[in-house]
Design a protein around this ligand. Structure first.
Ligand SMILES: [Ca+2]
Ligand SMILES: [Ca+2]
Ligand SMILES: [Ca+2]
Length: 890
């Protein structure tokens, strides 16, 4: 070393090298610094590894108002923890508070900013929000060209909302003061005169003010200019500061259990220009790579079925060359049962997908998958894994959703007898759950007159408690189909219509499915008899009891509404009250709905004969009458159909749940859907009528329609075509064969479209219904054409449902999926962060432009977590068919 030190020439060159290295390192550091900054990417959001800031990639659509899915959003280390960034008119906005309309969205690549124009039509109030990348942070600036309107001064502000389940129990610091996000809402409130409250959706009120004429307004938990949230949790840490505005932190759960933590700055009065500026810096963990999501069937696998795990990877993650299947032996020790290569599927939206095929493992046992450092929970390979997949749905979920009954299970009462006071004729009105009562009632009843006899039978719609007639017709049809295809004798439910009492897990000698058919028909036949045609819905009349969470029997007071009494006053005989809480029947006549009911009644009459002959006869009588009247009405209307009528039809067709994909569609789209569904329903109706009556005219009609429909859309028509097979001859089946081949090519096409091989919906209500339809169709295509659709194909949908899907690998069916079903659902017990066993979640909700999500710690987003009565009974058909195929009965 000494020798070298004395060599001046060498020293000089050495110094040069050192300088050069230093220069290289500096440029690298700057380069890394740049790479770590938020960049506006080609999908039009700000991105750095671990942080995505979306600016109105998803805008408020107005369908269900504030769906907690819109505005400025942050996806923080893979989880969408922040949303609702927008100008809002409330401290803690609820679902039915007004949302702004996005009037423009400009992406400025040169300056790295996105600007949106926001407008409240009700107040003629416009604003602009400009989000600009500034290093690791974004600056959010609110611009006004006109001052805040007088009526909104002090009410309009810039809000951002933070997901409670990801922030509660975490620390935060406001202007240096330490605090912790509360697990449960217990902060302070004040009341203010109703006149000061900004208008709610369509003028409805979310609250019952008990005659005080005042609304509740939460007070802030903390106020200051600089907040650091989740200092104890790097994945969630975020810094927000503002020099020109005060930041106020609120707990939205004070007003509504689905509220979020809200950070807010009120817009100043009388000012224009740049009025509020926030700097928002979500922390990014250096070198963060999202944990692999190993998708597999939590229910397990039967030995001979294909077994392929789909592994979802961060695009920056290194792909392993192999994975292992580990067997847990009877003594609790483990051994490697199989080691296999990882194969690449490719990119799908924001992640990279690879597969691990362990089909060759056929030994019955308990296993888990090990991929790199990630290991899954255990699952079974066994002949019997599918045996119980429908039991929770039939034994628990369905009976709990029986309306007008007292429902009990062991020590627990699920609900008392709801709506004892019955249903009133709806006056002409708009509604909050996508219904409308037209200008006339189309009945003999006056507005608000009691329609007798409707408080019997029927099923709660979903997470809400209304009877959607279209859905209930589907439900009865699904039960009839289940009964006729599978004849399930299962009897685990006691049902007494006379006592209006249901007891779970108590056999009563009658197959439950027959009792469910009876229960659905009792309400629908009462509608036909009492109203003269079908109601579009039996639903809440006031918004403040629509969002009810608790015992269904306490939604209304059980007393007849008497407008001559004061609100909250009860008559001397204790039978009437002045509280306008009674449910309404929406009765605008829709002959398409009547026609659908008529075909269902014909099938129900067949199913109920020999069990409840009286009800079977009533159903048949209504079927014939409605069929004739609906046909005449439709003939009258045909050719003179207006778009308005098509929209009216669209209203009932959209009806499942209290959130629905169709809600956001524009009317033209909805009309197209209605037309397509009408043509399918004509086909299905003719088939059902032929099955019921064997009259040749229906068969002729069906055969006239089916081939053309198959040519037009083989995917949508195949199920009806397959349903016909048992009623038609061999020639029909032969003629159908090439279409089944075409359908099979369509099914195979999904393997190229996405790594999971099922149709993945991108709507505002996740696509479980489409996936279940797909599953039922494949099952029957296999049953009737096993040489075209092999048995291996039937597991696509079960794999998806039970855990092989993006985001996480939990089963979408409550309690089904031996080791890891989802834990929270949007059922009527959602406020308890719970589930009703057997519920099927809509599943993977797509958020523009590239994010799939299904929260399992936050039940309140209906588009991903709400099960519907129609969907869950569809699942019973799917599961029953799957079990029969697996067990060799079909
Ligand atoms: Ca029973
Ligand atoms: Ca009442
Ligand atoms: Ca509903």
């Amino acid at each position: 070393m000494k020798q070298i030190d004395n060599n001046d020439a060498f020293l000089a060159s050495h110094q040069m090298k050192k300088l050069f290295l230093l220069f290289l390192m500096l440029t690298m550091v700057i380069g890394i610094g740049k790479a770590q900054d938020l960049q506006l990417n080609d999908r039009e959001y700000f991105e750095r590894q671990g942080v995505n800031v979306l600016v109105f990639s998803n805008s408020f659509n107005g369908g269900f108002n504030d769906e907690k899915n819109s505005g400025i959003e942050i996806i923080h280390h893979g989880v969408r923890t922040v949303q609702g960034g927008a100008i809002r008119l409330n401290n803690t906005p609820e679902q039915w508070d007004l949302v702004p309309k996005m009037t423009s969205r400009k992406v400025d690549r040169e300056h790295g900013s996105i600007e949106v124009g926001l407008r409240y039509d009700d107040y003629d109030f416009d604003s602009r929000v400009v989000v600009t990348a500034k290093g690791k942070a974004v600056e959010i600036a609110v611009w006004l060209d006109q001052p805040v309107p007088e009526k909104l001064a002090g009410e309009a502000g810039f809000n951002m909302e933070f997901l409670p389940s990801q922030y509660w129990l975490k620390t935060f610091m406001m202007d240096g003061r330490l605090n912790r996000f509360p697990r449960y809402a217990t902060s302070l409130t004040v009341t203010r005169p109703n006149s000061e409250k900004p208008r709610q959706f369509k003028g409805f009120k979310t609250y019952d003010d008990r005659g005080t004429n005042r609304f509740v307004d939460p007070l802030p938990i903390e106020t200051g200019h600089s907040i650091i949230m989740a200092t104890d949790t790097p994945e969630r840490m975020i810094r927000i500061s503002s020099d020109d505005a005060e930041l106020k932190l609120y707990d939205g759960r004070m007003l509504a259990q689905n509220g979020w933590f809200v950070l807010r700055s009120v817009l100043p009065k009388g000012k224009t220009g740049k009025v509020v500026t926030w700097t928002v810096e979500p922390h990014a963990i250096s070198g963060w790579i999202r944990e692999p999501n190993i998708g597999f069937s939590q229910v397990g696998y039967i030995p001979e079925q294909p077994k392929v795990a789909v592994i979802e990877l961060d695009k920056k993650d290194k792909v392993e060359t192999s994975a292992s299947l580990i067997r847990i032996k009877e003594d609790g020790t483990t051994e490697e049962a199989f080691r296999g290569n990882i194969t690449t599927w490719g990119d799908f939206f924001k992640y990279h997908y690879v597969k691990f095929d362990f089909s060759s493992v056929k030994q019955s046992g308990v296993y888990y998958i090990q991929y790199g450092k990630t290991k899954t929970n255990n699952f079974l390979i066994d002949e019997h894994v599918y045996d119980k997949i429908t039991d929770a749905t039939t034994d628990v979920w369905v009976p709990i959703h029986m309306n007008h009954m007292y429902v009990t299970e062991g020590y627990r009462t699920w609900h008392g007898e709801p709506f004892k006071e019955g249903y009133l004729q709806a006056p002409p009105s708009d509604h909050f759950d996508l219904h409308r009562q037209g200008a006339t009632t189309d009945t003999k009843y006056k507005p608000l007159e009691l329609i007798p006899g409707l408080n019997v039978g029927g099923f709660f719609d979903a997470g809400d408690f209304d009877i959607e007639t279209g859905s209930n017709i589907n439900v009865v049809q699904n039960f009839i189909r289940t009964w006729e295809l599978f004849k399930p004798q299962r009897d685990e439910t006691f049902v007494s219509q006379q006592q209006r009492y249901v007891d779970l897990h108590r056999p009563d000698g009658v197959p439950d499915i027959l009792q469910f058919i009876e229960h659905g028909v009792l309400n629908l036949v009462a509608q036909a008899e009492q109203i003269g045609h079908m109601a579009s819905t039996l639903s809440n009349s006031i918004l403040d009891n629509y969002h009810h969470l608790g015992d269904a029997a306490s939604i209304t007071d059980g007393l007849h509404y008497d407008p001559s009494l004061k609100p909250y006053e009860v008559s001397a005989d204790g039978k009437r009250s002045g509280t306008p809480d009674d449910m309404w029947a929406f009765t605008t006549r829709n002959p398409q709905l009547d026609f659908q009911a008529a075909t269902m009644f014909a099938a129900a009459s067949r199913a109920l004969t020999g069990y409840n002959d009286d009800l079977a006869a009533r159903a048949l009588k209504q079927s014939k009458r409605l069929m004739q009247e609906a046909t005449e009405l439709m003939n009258q209307r045909r050719g003179q159909r207006t778009d308005a009528q098509a929209d009216a039809d669209a209203n009932w067709l959209t009806g499942t749940g209290d959130g629905n994909a169709s809600a956001s569609d524009n009317n033209a789209n909805r009309r197209r859907q209605v037309r397509a569904r009408n043509s399918r329903s004509d086909l299905a109706t003719n088939l059902q009528l032929y099955a019921a009556t064997r009259e040749q005219q229906y068969r002729v009609n069906f055969e006239q329609l089916i081939w053309e429909a198959l040519v037009r859309n083989v995917a949508n028509t195949m199920q009806t075509a397959l349903d016909a097979v048992p009623y038609m001859d061999e020639a029909y089946k032969q003629k159908l064969r090439p279409y089944v081949e075409k359908y099979y090519a369509y099914v195979k096409g999904f393997d190229q479209q996405n790594p999971y091989g099922v149709p993945i919906g991108l709507g505002n209500w996740a696509g479980v219904n489409a996936v279940l339809n797909f599953g039922i169709t494949i099952n029957y295509a296999h049953i009737y054409f096993p040489d075209i659709v092999s048995k291996d194909e039937i597991y696509r949908v079960s794999n998806w449902l039970y855990g092989c899907h993006p985001y996480h690998n939990y089963s979408f069916v409550a309690v089904v999926g031996a080791a890891r079903p989802k834990q929270v659902f949007y059922g009527n017990n959602r406020a308890d962060f719970s589930f009703i066993p057997g519920n099927v979640a809509p599943g993977l909700l797509f958020r523009q432009p590239d994010h799939f999500e299904n929260f399992d710690d936050w039940p309140f987003l209906w588009g991903q977590n709400e099960g519907t009565i129609a969907g869950n009974t569809q699942y019973i058909i799917f599961g029953s068919a799957l079990k029969d195929i697996v067990n060799g009965k079909k």
